[in-house]
Design a protein around this ligand. Structure first.
Ligand code: 5GP
Length: 220
């Protein structure tokens, strides 16, 4: 059974001056919500939970990890590294395989509700009979996952589960719950750790909140 998400309280904010923030981003940020170190610690625990759930060491289960691009890339990479370390010893079958899927739904800081799925390079019929773990950066309204999970299920995998780094507490939620969730966060737009604002901030280590200047500067 996966541990509950780490609950980031509504008013929680770390002062920027406690961290190394790139000079080109600092004037456009209000605060750090989740530091890079805390993200890594939480991912270690998620990897343990996933390892237990799939029983790699017992029944020899295999997991097909599906990265939801682009925002999920960093979480996917760090989660895979954590899982690889846990499956080095005592696992008889190669436990992990990977694929990438691209989904887009956001304009500026608002979900457009218009979700496009690109599966270039995935052999969709080969998903039949596999255990799929979708790896996503953030669940906001839940619209993306509510479309993606049934889409993948139509290819008859054995299972489709979802790991998300962040889950937003928002009244706009459609109730979708991931199987593995890193952090429950307040209803604010976050950037960093591969989460973008119009393609900016993906290369920042910490998960942060922008200030008005940042929102204006990079608006489209
Ligand atoms: P949903 O379909 O659950 O409303 O939104 C999921 C997608 O919206 C995520 O994969 C992500 O791309 C984007 N998204 C939602 N909230 C945020 C946010 O606070 N920051 C960023 N950068 N993207 C978000």
């Amino acid at each position: 059974m996966a541990a509950p998400p780490f609950h980031v309280t509504d008013d929680f904010a770390w002062n920027l001056e406690h961290f190394v923030i790139p000079e080109h981003y600092a004037p456009d940020l209000a605060s750090v919500m989740i530091s890079h170190g805390l993200i890594q610690d939480r991912i270690d625990r998620l990897a343990n939970d996933i390892c237990k759930a799939y029983d790699f060491h017992g029944s020899g289960a295999r997991l097909h990890m599906l990265c939801v691009l682009k925002g999920g890339h960093q979480f996917f990479s760090d989660l895979c590294n954590a899982l690889k370390k846990l499956t080095l010893v005592g696992v008889k079958e190669p436990p992990l395989t990977f694929d990438f899927i691209r989904v887009k739904s956001y304009h500026n800081t608002e979900s457009s509700g218009d979700i496009t799925i690109e599966t270039v390079g995935i052999d969709l019929p080969s998903l039949k009979g596999r255990n799929i773990l979708l790896v996503e950066d953030i669940i906001d309204t839940g619209a993306t996952m509510s479309k993606l999970v049934p889409y993948l299920q139509s290819y008859e995998p054995t299972s489709v589960r979802v790991a998300t780094l962040l889950k937003k507490r928002t009244p706009k939620s459609n109730g979708f719950e991931a199987d593995f969730t890193g952090f429950s966060i307040p209803d604010k737009f976050v950037v960093g750790y591969c989460l973008d604002y119009n393609e900016v901030y993906r290369d920042m280590e910490h998960i942060c909140i922008m200030n008005e200047s940042g929102i204006k500067r990079h608006a489209k």
